[in-house]
Write a protein that binds this ligand. Structure first.
Ligand SMILES: [Zn+2]
Length: 185
């Protein structure tokens, strides 16, 4: 089954992607898109909904990409370009300067963490706490070259505090999971 990410995330990402990619066009054939456009996961990993990994394509290119080596290369190149641009954006905004790094990294990483957990909960109803921490440390390191475990834990703690929409509870196998508040108890 195809897992898609939520409508609200798409609504948020769409104008940014149209702006980034200079118009509402197919990444591959460059033709203007209609209502039938498809969200492309550039690395073909549908769990990886970073905006850098997303682009828009027409239906026919989307299908062609599965078997077409050249389109695969275009996708890989586009992902790299997006990632480089993302890092450049952080640098341009002083994310790696000493005095402002804490604030800027917070502004970038905290929403990323929240979005990732939110998607897992939308898709699966829950996410295991230890898996969430490990994945998020990894993804933040990969994306932002930051992401110490204590920082990620602090975000998760804050997002599951008693007034937040999520909570940490133990499931029937006694594993700690993050889920929507009051779903399981
Ligand atoms: Zn196309």
């Amino acid at each position: 089954m195809t897992k898609i990410f939520t409508h609200s995330l798409k609504q948020k990402d769409l104008p940014i992607i149209i702006h980034r990619d200079n118009g509402f066009n197919c990444l591959y054939c460059k033709e203007p898109l209609t209502g039938d456009y498809v969200w492309e996961h550039l690395n073909s990993n549908r769990q990886d909904n970073r905006i850098e990994n997303l682009a828009l394509a027409c239906q026919s290119c989307n299908i062609k990409k599965i078997t077409n080596y050249d389109l695969g290369l275009v996708a890989a190149e586009k992902l790299k370009q997006n990632e480089d641009a993302g890092l450049k954006y952080l640098e341009d905004h002083g994310a790696f300067e000493n005095n402002s790094s804490e604030i800027n990294i917070n502004q970038t990483m905290r929403p990323f963490v929240k979005r990732w957990i939110s998607e897992r909960i939308v898709m699966d109803g829950k996410v295991e706490l230890s898996e969430a921490i490990n994945c998020l440390v990894y993804l933040c390191q990969e994306n932002y070259s930051h992401g110490a475990e204590p920082t990620i834990r602090r975000y998760v703690k804050e997002m599951t505090c008693s007034v937040a929409e999520w909570q940490v509870v133990k499931d029937d196998k006694n594993k700690k999971i993050i889920c929507k508040r009051n779903v399981l108890n």
